[in-house]
Design a protein around this ligand. Structure first.
Ligand SMILES: Nc1ncnc2c1ncn2[C@@H]1O[C@H](COP(=O)(O)OP(=O)(O)O)[C@@H](O)[C@H]1O
Ligand SMILES: [Mg+2]
Length: 220
């Protein structure tokens, strides 16, 4: 059994009684433990729709997704979004009024009875994303690359099994973007997380283990 199994995934956005958009029209693929894969396709091909569903942000789909042998609809949604997947976005979505370390720790605010040593995890993540000397900084005091590294650390704080990245280099210059991809690749190995990277950049997808191509809401 594969760690992630997606079968015949469909998503229709109903705009009104008459108008609807078929964003996903039957996507099926599997991902193995340890893989770093990319999802490519032109704008509007359904990449973000797919990632939002995998991220547990959208349940209005048909078809089936199982992760670690369990249908994702059967997980507690909060548990799923913390401990199964961690998501990063093009826009970083850091909280402006919180420092780097507060942003990283934010997902834990809502968790009782933590069983990981939070301080230890924070230190090792700051080290991994090379932000030890920026821990008290606020988002507006960071470069784009640093901001995305904070978002990566935040996504990893609760040891998820899968990192979902929706165009994480879209707001970065190409050199900084490459360093983010290198970091994700390193984390894929050291943290043994699956990484699913959405991009429309062929140079970036070429650096991943395997490429899933979406065309009009289907993988080809
Ligand atoms: N919330 C939404 N409501 C209606 N239509 C949407 C919504 N989100 C995306 N779409 C439509 O679904 C299709 C796929 O969009 P999206 O998944 O964002 O593609 P991509 O990320 O590949 O650019 C597009 O035609 C888009 O206009
Ligand atoms: Mg998109």
């Amino acid at each position: 059994m594969s760690f992630i199994e997606i079968s015949d995934l469909k998503r229709v956005y109903k705009m009104s009684k008459e108008v609807s958009v078929e964003a996903l029209r039957g996507v099926s693929f599997e991902v193995q433990k340890g893989e770093f894969i990319s999802v490519v396709g032109s704008s509007g091909s359904g990449k973000s729709t797919l990632l939002n569903i995998l991220g547990g942000l959208d349940f209005e789909y048909t078809g089936e997704i199982s992760i670690d042998g369990k249908n994702i609809k059967e997980y507690n949604p909060n548990f799923y979004r913390r401990n199964i997947v961690g998501t990063i976005f093009q826009q970083f979505y850091l909280i402006p009024s919180l420092s780097v370390e507060e942003n990283i720790l934010l997902p834990l605010k809502f968790v009782k009875n933590r069983n990981i040593d939070v301080n230890e995890r924070l230190e090792s993540l700051l080290e991994m994303v090379d932000l030890k000397n920026r821990r008290k900084h606020f988002p507006k005091e960071l470069s784009g690359g640093q901001a995305q590294r904070v978002a990566i650390a935040r996504a990893l704080i609760d040891n998820p099994k899968v990192v979902l990245a929706d165009e994480p280099t879209g707001n970065l210059d190409s050199k900084t973007g490459e360093s983010i991809i290198r970091l994700l690749k390193e984390l894929n190995k050291t943290e043994s997380v699956i990484v699913i990277l959405v991009t429309h950049d062929k140079n970036i997808s070429a650096k991943t283990d395997r490429v899933i191509t979406l065309v009009d809401g289907k993988n080809v």
